[in-house]
Design a protein around this ligand. Structure first.
Ligand SMILES: C[S@@+](CC[C@H](N)C(=O)[O-])C[C@H]1O[C@@H](n2cnc3c(N)ncnc32)[C@H](O)[C@@H]1O
Ligand code: SF4
Length: 454
């Protein structure tokens, strides 16, 4: 990858887990009432009774990792578990009360924070409470994020017995200097133990998260981390670019200096080297940031063109409704987005007041829905087309004009009514989406809202 391309295209850009992206949500057209109506409308207009997705955010962690960009609350006090889970179940009741029939859950993901901060018994009570009011779909995808340092055999066993079939573990990097800098000492043996235990118990997909671009990280560290990862052969690997977002308050990223981070060129080299090593080991690159073995359902869904992207990242299926429970969670009714209060106390207060805890959101208009489709196409299949009337929008000529330079750099190919991202252009998929992002184009933000694309 030439340094010129990196210099030219390394700009702040969204990761497009939604369109419009969160900073461009129009709060003035949003209200809790509008959000509720949007959920009800999508749910009731779905005559085939398609299932929904559920995301549950469990924010607590015992120790702060200084690179972390997630919404979390650091505490060693485990008395927070029960009141928090009771609130989540209350919130679930508020949502199911809106629906005119018992929901079918096709996808359930528990993320965090650290879900394995909670005891196995408490997690079982949560899941049983969820399925008291819903039916599990055949072939439902049920997953959680486990921290290798505190996931116990009991966690894995209890959750497997409740129907969990996927788990992903935060690995990040095996090098000790990097681990010290990010305040996360995590020996290989811990990851090995939890990976093997999940396999033995019959989980059909085990994932590892690796990050490139961390403080003090080098290419050798990436190679070494992937070598070790190969020994355990996870089914999926999220190979994330470190998102440096120090302006998000309280995430502790100021625990190291900017000068301790690799340069954009070094970071891009880490990606290239990592990608090559993963491909040599039999992993196939999927959309952005993800790799999977050909036996994993994410790869199958990419091949079948059924892959989807939502706030949880890539998913092997699409549901129109995704309800996010818990502090800071984001929900999607296809025609609207809503985010919950970001502070645990605020979230609990509102739910315990018998109201939904949403505090901001966006109701999509016709233009948003068209652009959303293009961005989803690009992020999931690296291609989009405007052959039909519903996919054409009047700004299309300006969008294509903006992409001319990427075309002459041979990153994309534009034909009569289709755009394809070429292999060389893969690292710049976010840049291509940005040309379609009419909210971003119109606003031209002067302050940095997003992490860098490289
Ligand atoms: C909620 S954590 C995973 C579960 C558990 N808390 C743990 O750390 O093992 C989700 C993943 O997000 C990724 N992540 C967090 N902050 C990030 C950042 N600033 N840049 C890139 N990836 C990040 C990490 O790879 C992490 O494993
Ligand atoms: S990386 Fe995981 S364990 Fe570390 S602070 Fe973030 S959510 Fe908590």
């Amino acid at each position: 990858m030439s340094d010129n391309l990196i210099t030219k295209y390394n700009i702040p850009g969204p990761r497009y887990t939604s369109y419009p992206t969160v900073p461009f949500w129009k709060d003035d057209t949003f209200s809790t009432k509008a959000w509720q109506e949007s959920v009800i409308n999508t749910y009731e207009s779905d005559k085939e009774n398609t299932a929904i997705s559920l995301y549950i955010h469990l924010p607590f962690c015992e120790q702060l990792c200084t690179f972390c960009g997630c919404n979390k609350r650091i505490t060693k006090n485990h008395t927070v578990e029960t009141p928090y889970l009771e609130t989540v179940l209350k919130e679930w009741t508020l949502y199911t009360n809106l629906l005119n029939k018992r929901p079918i859950i096709r996808e359930l993901h528990i993320g965090g924070g650290t879900p394995t901060f909670f005891s196995p018994e408490n997690l079982a009570a949560l899941i049983n409470g969820i399925f008291k009011l819903a039916t599990k779909a055949d072939k439902a995808s049920i997953s959680f994020e486990g921290h290798p340092n505190n996931t116990s055999f009991e966690h894995l066993k209890v959750l497997k017995d409740l129907g969990f079939n996927r788990v992903s573990y935060g690995v990040q990097d095996y090098n000790e200097t990097v681990q010290k800098a990010i305040n996360r000492i995590q020996p290989f043996e811990n990851v090995k133990r939890v990976t093997e235990q999940a396999r033995d118990l019959g989980y059909n997909s085990v994932g590892h998260d690796i990050i490139f671009g961390l403080p003090f990280q080098t290419k050798e560290h990436i190679i070494n981390t992937i070598e070790k990862t190969k020994e355990l052969k996870p089914d999926r690997i999220a190979f994330y670019s470190y998102a440096h977002v120090p302006w998000i308050k309280g995430n502790g990223q100021r625990g190291f200096k900017d000068t301790d981070l690799p340069s954009p060129d070094e970071k891009r080299e880490m990606y290239e080297i990592g990608k090559e090593a993963l491909q040599k080991a039999g992993y196939i690159e999927i959309g952005m940031d993800h790799f999977a073995l050909s036996t994993d359902s994410l790869y199958q869904s990419m091949k079948d063109n059924t892959m989807h992207r939502n706030f949880m990242g890539y998913s092997d299926l699409k549901t129109e409704i995704m309800i996010g429970l818990g502090v800071s969670s984001i929900s999607d009714s296809w025609f609207g987005f809503a985010q919950n209060e970001k502070k645990v106390e605020e979230y609990q207060k509102r739910i315990n007041n018998n109201e939904l805890a949403v505090y901001r959101g966006h109701i999509l208009n016709k233009e948003d829905l068209i652009i959303r489709k293009h961005i989803l196409n690009l992020m999931c299949t690296l291609q989009t087309s405007w052959t039909e009337n519903e996919t054409y929008f009047k700004e299309m000529p300006e969008v294509l004009a903006q992409l001319k330079e990427m075309e002459s750099d041979q990153l994309i190919k534009i034909e009569k009514e289709t755009l394809t991202i070429l292999e060389k252009g893969r690292p710049f998929v976010r840049n291509v989406c940005m040309a379609f992002d009419l909210h971003l184009q119109r606003a031209k933000p002067e302050t940095q809202l997003f992490s860098m694309t490289i």
